[in-house]
Every structure is written in C-alpha cells, then in structure tokens.
Ligand binder design. Sequence first.
Ligand code: PLP
Length: 524
Amino acid sequence: MADKLNRTDNPGANRYIDTRGACAEPVPFTRAVVDGLAQGGGLYVPEELPRLSLADIEALAELPYAQRAARAYELFNVDLPDERIAELMGRSYGSNFDDEAIAPIVSLGEGTHVLELWHGPTSAFKDMALQCLPQFFSASARELRERGELDHEFCILVATSGDTGKAALEGFKGVEGVRIGVLFPDGGVSDIQRKQMVTTTGGNVQVWAVRGNFDDCQTGVKRVFGDEAFAAELMEGCSVALSSANSINWGRLMPQIVYYISSYAELVRAGKLEAGRLLDVCVPTGNFGNILAAWYAKQMGTPIGTLLCASNENRVLADFIGTGIYDIAERGFVLTPSPSMDILVSSNLERQLFELTGRDAGAIRGWMADLSEKGRFEVDEATLAKLQEGFKGGSVSNEECLATIKAVLDEHGYLIDPHTAVAYAIAQRQRGDNPVLVASTAHWAKFGDNVYRALHGIAPGAPLPEDVAALTGCELNALIARETGQGFIPAGLAQLDELPVRFTEVIDRDEAAIEAAVEEMLRR
Ligand SMILES: *Cc1c(COP(=O)(O)O)cnc(C)c1O
C-alpha cells in the first residue's frame, strides 16, 4: 500500500486509521471515502489532525466559503491535486446555495449567534455535507481507477425517514460513475418531504415508496447490503458495487468541520467576537456527526469552549454524558417534533470515544460488542471525565420545543424549526459565560405542521384543525408566512406543488423486492 501511495500527486497525504484497529495499513482519503465503513466495522479517522493558528483562522474570513473549504481539505493533505479540490469545492458551494455566505450567521441578542446551515438545495443541514461528499466520492473513485485500484462503478442505496434521502438525491444527481436509489416509507413522510423526493431530476436517480415503515426500509436495505450473492451478481452483470452514503463516511464529516472554523473567523471579522475568546457551540444532535465536527474544529485550534449536546425526548446522549452509561436496552423510541434526531444508536459516537480514549481500539471493540449484545455499555472513569470536560448534555421535551419556537418568534421576530428550537432551548438553559453559536439545522418550512402547532398552542402530536390539515405542505407554509410576516420560503420548498412527479412506484419491503427494483434500475 505504501508504494501505491507514493505514486499519487500527493506523497505527504494524510492517511486514515480505523476505530477498531482491524485494518492492517492506514488508507488514503480517497479509499476512506469510497469504502465508507472500514473492514471490521470500524470508522475511519485521520491519522493526524492539522493545526491552525489563530491568524490562519482569521485569514479564512477573507475568502469565499468554497475557498475556505478547499483550504481545509488541503491542510488535511487529501490525496487529490489542489486544483481539483478547488474545482470540486466551487461546485459544492456555489449557486446551488441561496445565500452567498453559504452558512450565514444571525445574531439574536447579546452573545447568541445562530449558524444557518440550511441554505442548500434541500433546506436542511445535510446539504452542507451532501453537496460536497458526492463530488469527492466520484473524484476519489476516478483517482483510484487511474491508479489501477478500482475497476467498477457504484450504486448508492439510501433508506430515509425524510431529510437524508432528498439531500443524497440532490448531491448525487448527475455525478459521474454513480447511480442512486432512495427508499422511503409509503405514507410515512410529510407531504413536503415526499414531493421533494419524487420530483428530483437527473438521469442517475431513482426513488421508491416502500410498503412499510422506516424500520422496514432500513432493515430491507441492510439485508440487501448483506447479500453476497447479489453483490457478486451486480459486479459481474453491471460492474457495479453497492455503497451507502451515510453519516459514518469520513467524507461527510469533513465538510462539517469547515463551517465551525469558518464561523469563528466570520464572527471575529464582523466584530462580534474578540479574537481568541472562547465560543461555546450548541448542536441539535442525532447521530453525533455534527457535534463531532465541532470537536474536531476545536482540536485543530479553533477557540471553542464547551460543546452543548442538545437532545429531544430521545435523550440517550444527554444521559450518557451525565453518567457514562449508554443504554438502549430498556429505552422506547419516542416520536418528537424533531424527527431527524429521533435516533437511539448514535453511530458517530464511536469516533468520539476513540479520540477521548487516546485512540484505544481495544476499548472501542469491547464497548461496541456490549452495545450489540446487551444494548448497553459503560465507559471507564477516565473516559467519563474527559467526556464531561468537553461536553454538556441536555434534553428538551416536545412541549418545550414548540414553546421555544413561539418564544423566539415573539422575542426576536425570527422563526426557527423544531430541531433548531431544541438547540436554542439547551443553549439558554445550560450556557456559561461564553458567547454561544447555535447550529440551525433546517428551515422552518420543512416542518410546517409542528411550526403551526407551536404558533397556535396546539399540543405536540395533536391533530391540526380540519381546514389546516386539508392544506398541502406548500399551502400550509404560505399560511404560516402570512401569519408571522416571515416571507422567505426557499424556492425548492415553495414550488413543490407545481413540479412534475417523476417517481410513483411502490414496492414491497422484502429483500427480494428491493433487489429486483435495484436490478431494474441498473438495467435502464
Ligand atoms: C440529521 C439532522 C440532525 C442531527 O445531526 P447529527 O449529525 O445526526 O447529529 C439535526 N437536525 C436536522 C434537521 C437533521 O437533518
């Protein structure tokens, strides 16, 4: 492997090791991105982290966002030529975003800064990573093909409960060497989310509704991934390997580090933060990807103080930070107004624990085995102390979430979505003396029904009035915009009722039905 690396343009390239210590050799960035998951089930992390000085960070504020991102990738010594990285970043963060700043910051009162991460094509923060990852996935595959280390194309399969599927479709549409198929539960996503997916353009995309719930979709897709005979058939017949673009891919995490470094620079430039002063960061957390990115930004030299981990009623992470015990054995899954955080197993936590233990792969193997066998693991005292030194956790009830939306609108004339509201509530409740950056992860119009409940004092989960329930998602958003004077609805959401529906197929949830659908897509 080492001599192969030397054949690239970038002999000093940073390499990636895995959290379970199963890979014999570290791999380059390109390999980590196309593999996603490491052999042995571990996650890739960079062997070394680049360091930035305060002056380096401040200098980023002079560059457009795409160049800030390119600079960060160059610091990691990604094994692709610098010109190529700059070109891909230009494509990732350009006119596909509806704000030139890409991730603008809105300040609400003294020392509370809201980082808007939803200006991408699907109006959720997943775009920050999923506009970028596909570009690097395709370029990495091409690079590996040129080095003679890869000889096939890819088919990405995604099971979605709503947000991720559309962000992945938008990111991968039109990308060379990749097809993408998305499965969502028939009747299990909102009107807006369904329309976002079934109206996607592009020749390499496919969307299926599945007769079943989200769990059925996910289980079905996992079984397809586990079917070796099917994988061999696809490789032989179509020269295609299945892959998943989920949030454990390092190529999804890295773009998220960029906006934390960039935000710090931006606040200093705007005169809202004294250079060198600590900034706390509060993140509405599900899979632990977004908050882990903030932790990496801190490790790289960004003056970040406490990381506030905001949970909804699925409070497994808040409890873990309090006790060192991660326990899902006895825990029910709660439906909340912030569905993208309704998660029990936070897959990126594995990376965080690997780092906090000083990269102890043996400890990680033990804890992950306990989690899969007993539904529970407990970290040692030293690791718990490290965790509590860097993080504070908190959880927000469904009622408090909706009340926060109303309170922020009344106080600041600013409308937030339920995920952002969870973070905002924790930031207010648990902040210390430092200014705080609140990650805003979705535009409110993606979750209009719960925003309507918040504004009208309707309890979480209670039915909407009949005339409101009869509206399409777009009509409901227009009503909320009129009532609140919040006129801006992203074009991608406002026009959904007018777009032609391209995908209407409903398939069964079993493995055979999904495999047949995939084969048909690949034959087309
Ligand atoms: C995915 C998502 C989250 C959770 O982010 P993680 O990186 O999984 O912790 C929060 N809010 C929204 C709107 C999301 O789509």
